[in-house]
Design a protein around this ligand. Structure first.
Ligand SMILES: [Zn+2]
Ligand SMILES: [Zn+2]
Length: 145
């Protein structure tokens, strides 16, 4: 289920959520782990939303990513839904090695550190991706209890 905060965001932004986009968002929200484009294509096929060509599905994912509704987990080449679209500029991702959970960690301080440090060596960053792998709180607690 797509949370009402997300549907409200789409309405406010006047974003057209086509059937394909809706199924993609729905599926991402149902799962806690990052989903690959390949799996999304399969889900769309099963839901019989036509049989969209991979290029169409990639375009839909692209759209959702550009609108801030979806984040790409680059290291896994997979996607997670954004929990607060339009409310953050920086987004670091924390990925659990154990349960594959991927969480957003939106720390502006952490993000602003990168251009600050790079300015010293004269590099102008256009974009950066920070993905941290480790053990999530739940898995850590489960291990120690
Ligand atoms: Zn986000
Ligand atoms: Zn975990």
């Amino acid at each position: 289920m797509i949370p009402t905060t997300i549907t409200a965001f789409c309405q406010r932004q006047n974003l057209e959520i086509t059937p394909i986009r809706k199924v993609i968002l729905d599926h991402l929200w149902q799962n806690h782990t990052p989903i690959k484009a390949y799996d999304l294509i399969e889900v769309l096929r099963l839901k019989a939303i036509g049989s969209p060509k991979p290029a169409t599905v990639y375009r839909s994912i692209d759209f959702l990513e550009r609108q801030g509704l979806v984040h790409k987990v680059h290291a896994l080449n997979a996607y997670i839904p954004c929990h607060h679209p339009g409310q953050h500029t920086a987004c670091q991702l924390l990925i659990c090695d154990n349960c594959n959970d991927a969480k957003e960690f939106c720390d502006d301080d952490l993000a602003s550190l990168i251009p600050l440090k790079l300015a010293k060596i004269g590099f102008q960053p256009r974009a950066s991706v920070l993905e941290v792998f480790g053990t999530c709180q739940q898995c850590t607690e489960a291990k120690t209890s």
